[in-house]
Ligand binder design. Structure first.
Ligand SMILES: [Ca+2]
Length: 209
C-alpha cells in the first residue's frame, strides 16, 4: 500500500476511534443512572422497590408494599390509569386507621451527603381523607425525615408535587407512605440534585411515623 494512503487510513481509523470514544463518554455523562429507579413504575411494583436499609424497622415487610399495625392498604401497578408510559402506582387505603397504622414501600437510593435534592412526582387522588394521608420521606441513619412531599386531600386529576431534602448519609431509603383513607395514583417520581446548591443542614430527622 502506498505509504500516503496507509497514513491516511491510519489517521482516519484513529479519528473514528476518537469520535466513537468521545461519543461514548458523552453518552455516559448525559445519561447518568437515575437516583430513584423505576419512578414511573414501568416495570411494575417490583425491585428495586422493596429494597430497604433498615428491615428491622419494618418486620412486616414480606412484600414490596407492606402494612404496619392494623392497616389494610394495598398497592398495585395500574395499567388503566397512569400519567405517562403504561403504568402507575395505585394505592388504596380503606381504613379505619389508628395512630401507627400505615402502609408503605421503600427503595434504597444513593445520594451525596449534604447535597440538596428535589423530589418531583405526579399524583391523582380519589377521596383522600386529609393532607396527612399520603406522603414521601426518607429514612437514613436509623431515623426518618419529615415528609418531603404531602399529597393534597380530596379528589383531583394528575397534579405535580415537589419538595426538597438534604441527607447527611450516602444512602437512604426513599419511602411512599399511606396513613389515611383514600385512593391515590402516583407516577413519574424523579429525584434530582438542585444545581449548584450544597446545603449546610440536613432535613431534620425525627422518630418513626
Ligand atoms: Ca408510568
Amino acid at each position: 500500500m502506498d505509504r500516503y494512503l496507509f497514513a491516511f487510513g491510519l489517521a482516519a481509523s484513529i479519528a473514528a476511534a476518537t469520535v466513537a470514544g468521545y461519543a461514548a463518554r458523552v453518552a455516559q455523562t448525559e445519561s447518568p443512572p437515575p437516583i430513584l429507579a423505576s419512578g414511573g413504575f414501568e416495570s411494575g411494583l417490583s425491585s428495586p422497590w422493596g429494597t430497604c436499609l433498615y428491615p428491622e424497622f419494618h418486620p412486616q415487610a414480606k412484600s414490596i408494599w407492606f402494612n404496619h399495625g392494623k392497616c389494610r392498604s394495598w398497592a398495585e401497578a395500574d395499567r388503566e390509569t397512569r400519567f405517562s408510559g403504561k403504568t402507575s402506582l395505585h394505592v388504596v387505603n380503606p381504613g379505619p386507621l389508628a395512630p401507627g397504622d400505615y402502609g408503605m414501600t421503600t427503595q434504597t437510593i444513593k445520594v451525596v451527603p449534604n447535597q440538596r435534592y428535589r423530589v418531583l412526582l405526579w399524583a391523582r387522588a380519589k377521596n383522600l381523607a386529609s393532607d396527612k394521608a399520603v406522603w414521601v420521606h426518607y429514612e437514613a441513619g436509623r431515623a426518618c425525615s419529615l415528609p418531603l412531599v404531602r399529597l393534597d386531600k380530596g379528589t383531583y386529576d394528575w397534579t405535580p408535587f415537589t419538595g426538597t431534602f438534604v441527607c447527611n448519609e450516602p444512602q437512604a431509603d426513599f419511602c411512599i407512605v399511606s396513613a389515611g383513607t383514600g385512593e391515590v395514583w402516583i407516577d413519574d417520581i424523579v429525584i434530582e440534585p438542585e444545581p449548584g446548591v450544597v446545603a449546610a443542614k440536613p432535613s431534620a430527622p425525627r422518630g418513626r411515623p
